[in-house]
Design a protein around this ligand. Structure first.
Ligand code: SF4
Ligand code: MG
Length: 351
């Protein structure tokens, strides 16, 4: 079966006064129908630019080469109309800051209804599909858009939605705004929800509730999810597969269980070591020494070389191979044999 989304050798750059910044440098990955895939890495690793490139919101950056195929649409060469159509009901994005999506001058319910209209008008066939799904209630006949908005608000966990039909975004708490944004994205019934750190600003309880909602929606609607996060805890909680990203490149990828129990790339190891050992205690976190690279000018070799204790000359200048760790599990590193074997038991104990 063809993947829902197939990204091949994607390059996205920004022109700055200091030179061209290689924010995304040869990324390749897939997302299958109904799957939850995580892209994890520190801030500045190129995760958000990757996500924005997928829905062609990379401006002022520029996709310089590579391919983004969403079903039968090649996004890198698609015209504006096609891109709008895909954003209408193909790939919907939820951002870290709800206020980038929520318009302060319209009621939240109005914005959900607007989003439904975008979905409905995107294509006649889609409209027919739309009319078959659960907006039909035998007692009342076709539900109004407003009633459907209430359903969506309930679905994302907004309590008493019928009492919030007249509420504006500023009357919502941070967690409620994040849910409202999710409802707006879901109104389009996307095949793929791209969520960029949707719970980062929220406290752990609300975060867990929203992740739980996302998983339920994935299970009930079959909607695929691409979750962008810096938090391996979120990956462990939610994702079927994970892509560990650093310096605009894939460092390690595999099924979540493979990567968390048998982390092979030095960068993945470092990320795991920075995870809190016990989330109920507030211990200071370890941080990985050094800075993320600025990725200006010609980039070659391994982006992690300046922070990696196994780095050699080959790492700095060579072509770094992608090595099969096990089936479906790969790591991009030329000295994997030097990295001591992980101990699955101790890694498991951390969770
Ligand atoms: Fe470290 Fe070299 Fe592997 Fe990069 S390629 S992670 S620098 S050992
Ligand atoms: Mg980001």
């Amino acid at each position: 079966d063809k993947p829902l989304l197939e990204v091949e050798n994607l390059n996205t750059r920004f022109n700055t006064i200091e030179g061209s910044v290689h924010a995304v440098n040869g990324m390749s990955f897939t997302v299958n129908d109904g799957e939850i895939v995580g892209i994890v890495g520190e801030s500045g690793s190129g995760k958000s630019v990757t996500a924005l490139s997928l829905v062609r919101l990379e401006d002022p950056g520029e996709i310089t080469s590579g391919s983004i195929r969403f079903r039968d649409t090649e996004m890198t060469t698609a015209n504006d109309r096609t891109i709008r159509q895909v954003r209408g009901d193909g790939m919907a994005m939820v951002f870290q800051d709800p206020m980038t999506t929520l318009n302060p001058v319209y009621k939240v319910s109005e914005q959900i209804v607007e989003s439904m209209k975008v979905h409905q008008s995107s294509d006649n066939q889609r409209l027919l599909d739309y009319l078959k799904i659960p907006i039909f209630s035998s007692r009342k006949g076709w539900k109004s858009m407003e009633e459907r908005a209430v359903d969506l608000m309930a679905q994302v966990g907004i309590p008493h939605p019928e009492q919030r039909l007249d509420a504006y975004p500023h009357e919502f708490s941070g967690g409620m705004r994040q849910r409202a944004m999710l409802a707006i994205a879901l109104a389009r019934e996307p095949d793929l929800l791209i969520a960029d750190e949707p719970t980062t600003a929220l406290d752990v309880t609300i975060q867990a509730q929203i992740l739980d909602r996302i998983r339920t929606l994935n299970e009930e609607l079959g909607m695929a999810v691409l979750m962008i996060t810096h938090d391996l805890g979120v990956v462990a909680e939610l994702c079927d597969r994970v892509i560990v990203m650093y310096g605009g490149e894939v460092m390690e990828t595999g099924h979540t269980e493979q990567v968390l129990t048998n982390p092979s790339h030095p960068y993945t190891r470092s990320l795991l070591e920075c995870m809190p050992q016990n989330t109920s205690r507030k211990e200071p976190l370890n941080v990985i020494e050094g800075q993320v690279p600025d990725m200006i000018g010609d980039v070659g070799g391994c982006p992690f070389a300046s922070r990696c204790s196994y780095a050699s000359e080959e790492c700095r200048n060579g072509q770094i191979p992608s090595i099969d760790v096990e089936e479906d599990h790969d790591a991009t590193c030329c000295h994997l044999h030097k990295v001591p074997d992980s101990n699955p038991e101790t890694v498991g104990d951390r969770q």
